[in-house]
Design a protein around this ligand. Structure first.
Ligand code: NDP
Length: 345
């Protein structure tokens, strides 16, 4: 199976003591190592560390510091995208870290995503090279088609996803990218890619948390040996448009989540991140606050008891916080939110 967590035992030691004390000048930043960070084996043969850090909505002047804090705290997986408009600053942060000499490029799993306007075959490599330039990297560990839409008019997505996928496969052939995958694809749209893929998608990245379990897609991906990454694991509480419009509750403030957090002496955020791991996905919480960045990684040496896990896995309220409304266009291929997700819940 390609989707097994590589954990040698249930108990995973948490972060070590800082490893900078000996022989350093005293001015170098503190580094922590995480022993036995669980990874999942991808169909590409590579491995993805189970906890990563997101960078969406991390502002200029904030995102670089967050990435440096994360890598020094022991994260080995950073989730980026061209459209987050902060890749150059993330690239600067990577350079600082490589130069500090405690973490090597090869030890970090770095994801980026192809934006909707660049789906044409001739644009895919260009967009990927731009991201590589901005991030100051020779290769990406993972490159995803960000959304299954291009913004065109007419009944079909144009250029067709098949053309885009074949261009993504070429990036692997050329060594620019190690694994390729999809983001915000339904089961139906993922199945279509599988029908013609020469290189199968290694990863599908979608919204998942106890208020949107996405179980149909998770089960499908497991059967097909596709790894799932859970985005917005805390319910994306800073995506205010959705919450204001619908007056939607925050999963971070859910009574059951809070009760489990109190019982275990953890924060609600930690419980949600741990829930994602036990749910069988990798998970990419975003923060720019050093304390939270560290806290969000401190989820490896304890578990949510089975009974509580089941409770959190059966919350009644289920709703996408990121519903893909931007993909809906009267004259486009997706005329409703239902079309974007093919009616799947
Ligand atoms: P998250 O669910 O990760 O929530 C982030 C928010 O929670 C921020 O406001 C953050 O604030 C706050 N927060 C972080 N840690 C804690 C904590 N321990 N307790 C309480 N609050 C906390 O939302 P995102 O939507 O950002 O999702 C995570 C990542 O997933 C993105 O950054 C991006 O990389 C990826 N993603 C991918 C998408 C895709 O289309 N493929 C779509 C959406 C997300 P602060 O920073 O102030 O700490």
């Amino acid at each position: 199976a390609t989707d097994k967590l590589n954990t040698s035992s249930g108990a995973i030691p948490a972060t070590d003591k800082p490893n900078t004390s000996s022989g350093d000048q005293g001015t170098s930043p503190e580094y922590h190592t995480v022993k036995n960070m669980p990874t999942a084996k991808l169909s590409s043969g590579h491995e993805i560390p189970i906890v990563g850090m997101g960078t969406w909505k991390s502002k200029p002047g904030e995102v670089g510091e967050a990435v440096k804090t994360a890598l020094r705290a022991g994260y080995r997986h950073i989730d980026c995208a061209y459209i987050y408009k902060n890749e150059p600053e993330v690239g600067e942060a990577f350079q600082t870290i490589w130069k500090e000499g405690k973490v090597k490029r090869e030890e970090v799993f770095i994801t980026s995503k192809l934006w909707n306007s660049e789906h044409a075959a001739e644009n895919v490599a260009k967009a990927c090279r731009q991201t590589l330039k901005d991030l100051q990297l020779d290769y990406l560990d993972n490159y995803l088609i960000h959304w299954p839409q291009t913004g065109n008019e007419g009944p079909e997505v144009q250029p067709p996803i098949q053309e885009t996928w074949q261009a993504m496969e070429k990036l692997v052939d050329e060594g620019l990218v190690r694994s390729i995958g999809l983001s915000n694809f339904s089961v139906k749209k993922t199945e279509a890619v599988l029908s013609y893929a020469r290189i199968q998608p290694s990863i599908v990245q979608v919204e998942i948390h106890p208020y949107f379990r996405n179980d149909y897609l998770v089960k499908f991906c497991k059967e097909k040996g596709i790894h799932v990454t859970a985005y917005s694991p805390l319910g994306s509480p800073d995506s205010s448009a959705m919450y204001k419009r619908e007056n939607v509750p925050w999963v971070l403030q859910d009574k059951e989540v809070q009760a489990v957090a109190d019982k275990l002496g953890k924060s609600a955020g930690q419980v949600l991140i741990r829930w994602a791991i036990q749910h069988g996905t990798s998970v990419i919480p975003k923060s720019i606050k050093p304390e939270r960045i560290r806290q969000n990684l401190d989820v490896l040496d304890w578990e949510i008891p089975q009974e509580d896990f089941q409770k959190l896995s059966s919350l009644q309220f289920q709703m996408r916080m990121l519903d893909g409304a931007e993909c809906v266009k009267e004259n486009g291929p997706y005329k409703s939110i239902n079309d974007v997700w093919d009616g799947e819940v």
